[in-house]
Design a binder for this molecule. Structure first.
Ligand code: ADP
Ligand code: MG
Length: 613
């Protein structure tokens, strides 16, 4: 048989390899920004169009390249940064594989302009799909500008795989943040579709964080500093009260390189233990300096994981340094903030053997007989309640008689003679709540079990959707307008959904670069929830899946319904239970949540009968 193995042509090999390096526009942003830093730039500009799908351009004022280097830089394994494998252990640059430019040039239209300080003229090089289209001497300032246009123009499948502009821009901005946070001494500017998103002057770490995340961040930061043999640690953690529902602001940098490490993350969480509610995440910006010989970053080009020699020591240092800082800034005493006093043992009971409590039963007590009489002070139930309490209910009389529903179990089984009557005399109660989660009711065709959280999501969702489409929502004016701070890109996002938000009943005023004022909220939105609601909303908008025929209105309605629906674990009065059931079945699609999960199930008498055979 003839030989069948052949060497792939260069451009083809590059295209395949590019899959490793370039997954999306943000990968290009990362590589170009890192090259600019390696070139010792002091000012870097990032220009992006259509979230980077049409254009990613990085302009730096660094050392530039000679004519030959300019040409060579696009060859695979062409790098000025290492000469031998030995150098890998003394890396002080971001790049070293010499793969990025070759990979990018294989799958895009690239234009490079570069000039070294001492040269009169510079070089302009145009490469499309690994092919050099032109190379000219040209007048250009000192430094390098690389434009990457029409990413994946020759691989339609990969281009189609890209997410919506909102999602891709989020990735680009994340990458920009990571690089800008790691290098506060470099000036960074970023433009998207012609408008300036960030303008970050050269400064220090604290200033850089504040410039990126907004002025109000300053007061939230607690400095962390620790200098040991293993690591030099510096940076900031966010005060616990500013912890967030989403993991957004969590940054580790090792030798000025952004990394992810669930192990180190754990160390931070351990330091915050007891200071934060469950489900919230602390913010942190931590810079670790370690001897390059004691880490292994010779890993996948785009991966952000790293291996440390002294992982355990690092964990302990991180945890104790943060704990110390939180303590020093007297944040630790907050430890007690949620202690439940009712769980304390009253001191007179300490060291005493517990005795079984005795139950006193008033055998003449029948709350439902009392219900119909107007003189409540003589009944067994009302007797135990102080007159002040009772006065609250004057005028409400029978409809809102307090329901002893929660005690049913105890009463029915403990007071033998009373139990049958209790149930018989309440034919009008059609619903019960169990596990603080399900509402049970009976229908002609069987038993109905409604998931309160899911049902309420469906109800709110349809309500919001209606208000938004008819633009008729009711607002509740706030006495004191609420001022909320956001980052510039969160503001951009908010602006894009502002109209829809207003149709749900939000009254938005005074929109600035990093804050908005809310003067009114939809009638069913508690003021205290507004911050969380908008935060959740933005994270939902950002993570939206583009192919699910996205509509802002729909997404907004879903997100708000999710945030505001009654939670599992909340006890509902009978009236509330009935309200949920009635409103659910008045919905257009009562069977499922907006996310298509079942809201209720039914069990037929036959199914029940089967259980009893
Ligand atoms: P690596 O960064 O791993 O060396 P790249 O493909 O990213 O590989 O870049 C190849 C080479 O091109 C670099 O080693 C560097 O010499 C040169 N280069 C790339 N970008 C710039 C830039 N902005 N300024 C100066 N030189 C650059
Ligand atoms: Mg590089």
């Amino acid at each position: 048989m003839a030989d069948i193995i052949q060497l792939l042509p260069d451009h083809c090999a590059n295209q395949i390899a590019s899959g490793e390096v370039v997954q999306r526009p943000s990968s290009v942003v990362k590589e170009l920004l890192e090259n600019a830093i390696d070139a010792k730039a002091s000012a870097i500009t990032l220009i992006v169009k259509d979230a980077g799908k049409t254009l990613v351009q990085v302009i730096d004022d660094g050392i530039g390249m000679s004519v030959t280097d300019a040409r060579l830089s696009f060859e695979r394994h062409a790098t000025s940064k290492i000469k031998s494998a030995e150098d890998l252990f003394h890396l002080h640059t971001k790049g070293f594989r010499g793969e990025a430019l070759a990979s990018i040039a294989a799958i895009a239209h690239v234009e490079l302009k570069t000039k070294q300080e001492q040269d009169e003229v510079g070089t302009t090089l145009v490469i499309e799909g690994s092919e050099v289209v032109s190379q000219d001497a040209s007048v250009t300032p000192k430094g390098t500008s690389i434009s990457v246009k029409n990413l994946f123009f020759n691989i339609p499948a990969r281009r189609n795989f890209l997410k919506s502009n909102t999602v891709e821009l989020r990735h680009v901005v994340d990458e920009f943040h990571r690089v800008a946070l790691a290098h506060p001494d470099i000036k960074f500017t970023m433009y998207h579709n012609g408008s300036e998103l960030f303008n970050l002057p050269a400064s220090n770490h604290r200033q850089r964080i504040v410039n990126i995340l907004g002025n109000k961040t300053n007061e939230k930061l607690v400095p962390v500093n620790e200098d040991t043999e293993v690591v030099k640690l510096s940076g900031f953690v966010g005060k616990p009260e500013y912890s967030k529902k989403t993991r957004g602001e969590q940054y580790f940098f090792v030798n000025n390189r952004f990394i992810k490490s669930s192990y180190l993350n754990h160390a931070v969480n351990a330091a915050f233990e007891g200071l934060m509610k469950d489900g919230l995440h602390a913010s942190f910006f931590l810079f670790l300096e370690v001897d390059p010989e004691r880490i292994d970053i010779n890993i996948h080009p785009t991966k952000t994981e790293i291996k440390f020699d002294d992982e355990h020591a690092l964990y302990a240092i991180l945890r104790s340094a943060i704990k110390h800082s939180l303590g020093q800034f007297s944040i630790a005493p907050v430890l007690d903030f949620e202690r439940d006093a009712s769980l304390d043992t009253p001191y007179r009971y300490e060291n005493q053997d517990p005795t079984t409590p005795t139950i006193e039963v008033d055998s003449s007590f029948n709350p439902f007989k009392q219900e119909r009489t107007s003189n409540r002070s003589s009944g067994g139930f009302s007797k135990k309640i102080s007159p002040q309490w009772e006065s609250l209910y004057v005028g409400l009389d029978t409809e809102t008689e307090p329901e002893p529903a929660a005690d049913f179990g105890a009463l029915t089984f403990e007071t033998e003679s009373e139990s049958p009557k209790l149930i018989e005399s309440k034919p009008q109660q059609a619903t019960y709540q169990i596990f603080n989660k399900y509402i049970v009711s009976s229908m002609k065709s069987g038993m109905l079990l409604v998931d309160q959280h899911r049902a309420h999501q469906r109800i709110l969702y349809e309500e919001f959707l209606k208000h938004m489409t008819l633009k008729e929502a009711m607002s509740q004016q706030l006495l004191f307008p609420l001022v909320l701070d956001f980052t510039p890109q969160e503001m951009a996002l908010l602006n894009s959904i502002r109209e829809d938000l207003e149709h749900t009943g939000f009254i938005i005023r005074n929109v600035s670069k990093d804050s908005i004022e809310i003067a009114g909220v939809p009638v069913n939105v508690p003021e205290s929830e507004v911050g969380m609601l908008l935060e959740q909303l933005m994270s939902d908008v950002e993570n939206e899946v583009p192919d699910s025929n996205f509509s802002a209105t729909d997404l907004l309605a879903k997100s708000m319904a999710k945030s505001l629906a009654i939670r599992t674990g909340v006890t509902l009065s009978v009236i509330e239970q009935e309200h949920v059931i009635n409103s659910l079945f008045a919905c257009k699609e009562p069977n499922v949540t907006p996310q298509n999960k079942p809201t209720f199930i039914t069990i037929t008498p036959e199914e029940l009968d089967k259980k009893f055979v």
